[in-house]
Design a protein around this ligand. Structure first.
Ligand code: NOJ
Ligand code: MG
Length: 580
């Protein structure tokens, strides 16, 4: 009797360390939706200048709704000289003129709201444009704005020549320092010359960035993807006698000595201060949530170790991003990977992720080869099954629902600084991001229906005549239709609350299971062009029949087909969603 009374008391006393698992808790809008990334320059051109724009996006919201997307994140649409296609912002408070006006933006939000689609913008806190008023004022000798940036004296070499302060490299090759006569110093740019880094050790910069966040949240957006956030802080140079120290060599001898990967970025990335800045940004988001009850989401763009990525979720009472992008399915695996590699990669994120946070799954974006190119076109449906049916948030880069592949962009047509800065007309394509940014493929008409212009800013990829929205909507079976069905299926409780486990049956066949109460689904993805017969009863409690709920376009099965779980035939590259 006493023990019975004591137990609840003990539980209360120890509650600080109790981890509760709240099944069927209310899920917030962002936990169950799909985030669809639009690269505004390449989605839809409404005014025939060959460049996508906001009105183009507004005109296509119906497409996204029908697809089953609940939130859109837009790559930057702020005023920009476009040295890095919008990631170099000259006015954080204005819409880029090629993309439209503030009124167009307000129309876009209103139209999206009407359809129940949330809008997420891209916050670029690390740097501005060298054409921004801030930078121009800094050059004019305005001290307030001088202090917005990171300046350092030249080093004079033995010949009396001026050299950059240290060996730091830009992400786009060459020194990360650029000399300015007006100031008589070098400024830091971790990205292109036109992207001077902001100085996060200056509280006025922090306040300015928070005001930018407030400005756009006030317009009714549902959050921000935060760009290159692990580059916000450089090491405190006062710890090094007032001079930024050289970074050590990475030891990676396969890369060009001018390239970013030549160094190990211990002083320019992943500094401890960065995490606390992210938590401060989150507080600003939460100011708005407190006002109107709508959760504002933060998605952080960080390519780092799994341990560092996890820190963006928050620490203790400090909240960070709801969605620290999980890039593992981009960086760790591709078409050559085995089913074991896929399992290992997925388990990695699930293992490190705090139990009370959502996972997220991403297979492409505007900086990496398209999913259908990296995994091969045969795996499009299988990969979409993985992204949309694993536990957590699904993120789609525009065109993944169609299996769009990277386009060919000649050296002459290459505009991405990452490609151009190689100065290498032969191997530029390895570095260029243009191929994954070619225009969206709407139909078989001129410029794939993207634009009526004679020349689009990037050429449309070959094959658009058959690979496009219209064709896939008309076809009886298509990637589009599989995607649409997956978007519906993920609303089911099994996929929202259900548990997850997985088995690599051999080096080719990856299977995961989701189950909740008495419902169980099995998702089979064959990574290779080899046929198999799989015994799914290897999973505990899986016996009897399984029926086909959904299958990839090359599957010979039909929906509703029934198989004995102990012998399910799987053809090459097949993706199947089975229900027990
Ligand atoms: C990451 C963005 O995704 C990329 O496109 C850009 O070049 C860099 N950050 C710099 O902003
Ligand atoms: Mg246009």
């Amino acid at each position: 009797m006493k023990a019975v009374l004591l137990l609840p008391l003990l539980l209360v006393l120890c509650s600080g360390n109790v981890v509760k698992n709240d099944n069927e808790r209310d899920q917030d809008w962002w936990e169950t939706t799909i985030f669809y990334q639009i690269y505004p320059r390449s989605f839809a051109d409404s005014d025939g200048d060959g460049i996508g724009d906001l009105n183009g996006i507004t005109s296509k919201l119906g497409y996204l709704k029908e697809l089953g997307v609940g939130a859109v994140w837009l790559s930057p649409m702020f005023q920009s000289p476009m040295y890095d296609f919008g990631y170099d912002i000259s006015d954080f408070y204005a819409v880029h003129d090629e993309y439209g006006t503030m009124e167009d933006f307000e129309n876009l939000i209103a139209a999206a709201n009407e359809l129940g689609i949330k809008l997420v913008l891209d916050l670029v806190p690390n740097h501005t444009s060298n054409e921004s008023v801030w930078f121009q004022e800094a050059l004019n000798g305005n001290e307030k704005y001088y202090n917005y940036f990171v300046w350092e004296d030249a080093v004079i070499d033995e010949n009396g020549d001026r050299q950059p302060p240290n060996n730091w490299r830009s992400h786009f090759r060459g020194s990360a320092w650029e000399w300015r006569d007006e100031v008589g110093q070098y400024y830091l740019h971790q990205f292109v010359v036109g992207q001077p880094d902001l100085n996060y050790r200056n509280p006025e910069v922090v306040e300015e960035m928070k005001n930018i966040i407030r400005f756009w949240l006030d317009k009714g957006i549902a959050g921000f993807r935060v760009d290159a956030v692990n580059c916000l802080f450089e090491v405190d140079k006062n710890l090094f006698g007032g001079k930024y120290p050289d970074e050590p060599l990475s030891g990676n001898l396969d890369v060009h000595p001018d390239s970013h990967d030549y160094l190990s970025h211990i002083y320019t990335k992943d500094q401890n201060e960065t995490y606390y800045m992210v938590y401060e940004f989150r507080d600003v988001f939460d100011e708005f949530t407190a006002k109107d009850g709508l959760t504002r989401v933060m998605m952080t763009e960080v390519y780092a170790s799994i341990q560092d990525v996890m820190r963006y979720y928050g620490e203790g009472d400090l909240l960070g991003a709801q969605i620290p992008f999980n890039f593992d399915l981009i960086t760790d695996v591709d078409a050559s990977s085995s089913a074991n590699d896929i399992k290992y990669t997925i388990d990695k994120f699930m293992t490190y992720k705090p139990v009370d946070k959502e996972a997220n799954w991403v297979v492409g974006n505007h900086d990496n080869k398209r999913m259908a190119t990296r995994y091969g076109p045969s795996l499009v449906d299988g990969m979409n099954m993985i992204v949309l049916l694993l536990p957590g948030v699904g993120v789609t880069y525009m065109g993944e629902e169609l299996g769009m592949v990277d386009g060919y962009v000649s050296w002459e047509d290459t505009v991405d600084p990452s490609g151009c800065n190689t100065n290498d007309p032969i191997n530029y394509a390895d570095s260029s991001r243009d191929p994954c940014r070619t225009p969206f493929q709407w139909n078989a008409e001129k410029n794939s229906g993207f634009s009526t212009a004679d020349k689009t800013w990037l050429p449309v990829a070959d094959g658009y005549e058959t690979l496009n929205v219209e064709a896939q909507k008309a076809a009886e079976r298509s990637h589009y239709k599989v995607y649409q069905a997956l978007a519906k299926l993920r609303q089911d409780k099994v996929f929202r609350y259900g548990r997850y486990d997985s088995v690599a049956f051999n080096k080719d066949v990856f299977v995961f299971r989701r189950w909740y109460n008495d419902e169980t689904y099995l998702v089979v993805v064959n990574m290779r062009d080899t046929d198999y017969e799989i015994d799914l009863t290897y999973f505990e409690n899986v016996i009897g029949d399984v029926s086909v709920v959904l299958r990839s376009i090359q599957s010979p099965k039909n929906e509703g087909d029934v198989f004995n779980a102990s012998s399910v035939p799987v053809v090459g590259y097949e993706g199947i969603v089975l229900k027990l």
